[in-house]
Design a protein around this ligand. Sequence first.
Ligand SMILES: O=C(O)CCC(=O)C(=O)O
Ligand SMILES: [Fe+2]
Length: 380
Amino acid sequence: MAISYPIPKWDRPAPTTHELNWAELTELPLDLFDTPDGKAELVKRVKHALEVEDLGFWSVTNTGFSEEEIEHQFAIGQAFYKLPLEERKSNSIDAANGGYLGYRAAYERTINGTDVLDNMELLNIPKYTKNFSETPRHEIIKAHEAEISDFHRRCWYDVARKLFVLFALALELEENYFVDRHDYEKVSQDHLRYMMYHPRSVEDDEKCNNLWSWAHTDYGSLTLLFSQTVSGLQVKFADGTYRDIRPKKGSIVVNVADTLSFMTKGYLRSTIHRVTRPPPDQAHIHRIGVLYGCRPNDDVPVVVAPSPLLQRLGYLTPEDIAAASNEKDAVTAGEYVAARVKAVHAGATYGNAPGTKFKHGNLEVLENFGEVNSGSKASI
Ligand SMILES: O=C(O)CCC(=O)C(=O)O
Ligand SMILES: [Fe+2]
């Protein structure tokens, strides 16, 4: 007989009472998308963040997801992390081969340069399409397939797709330029993620500079992070300061990741962010997160988009234009993401020394954006 896997209600933790150095992100109310004037306003706001604030982060609101639906996703995450470890581990990621779909346990790696263990576990759920119909999924996920698959598809169709259109319009490209390269129905490493950070002792956190996730950029093209009240997520602003993301019920914090940045020569900025130990009134909480990670379709060549805007702004070199017309020699998005997952997740430690570079073919990023010049890991 099938086990039923009830989902107990999730109680949203109270926001911190500490006054943090809050980031003010440009808001994109997605209900504006459906009228020409509204769409033009959204394009303007997309460009404002990129060109004026030098930031690839936005706060996306009015997405069509109800508060109840979002909280139900956090509740599923909560229920998943209450399952016995053996059951959670039943479909683990294949990091040695660059695989990032499935479960990754906490406490299996040390934080580089310390004896402290990594405190974050995650479950990346693949798309609900025919290509993934044979992919093994946890029983609890299968038991709630109706609402999880609906949520998964809407993250792409109702949110990511619209943002890809806005990006294409901002770059003066054909409106479906990025949509076509991220087609939900084709194979990609897109995933809906339930993640969980376990509280750590003050002593252990001190050894890791109070970081739960090192300063990094994301690997794919776009990350949709459902707003949560447990603080810790910080974005690096152009002036070098890290500022805290303010909780905002129902909103989605969206950031550009590496492959979109490569395709636009950094105009769509893959922005550095990190997760710190939460403020004192929240540091004891098990921090559950829900996010949707978009990647281009696996077979998409990572070449620079032929954007008139980028051309005018002088972002495109003759080599970029030549490479773009020779797509068959380009690294594909699938290859890039797999190589990066392997580099970050297959080792026995988490986090390289600040300044370490990751390179695959012609594509290169820093692995850890801590300051390099003080010569100490305490400089992150
Ligand atoms: O947990 C968070 O708030 C951010 C997570 C994150 O940056 C990531 O998983 O890449
Ligand atoms: Fe991230």
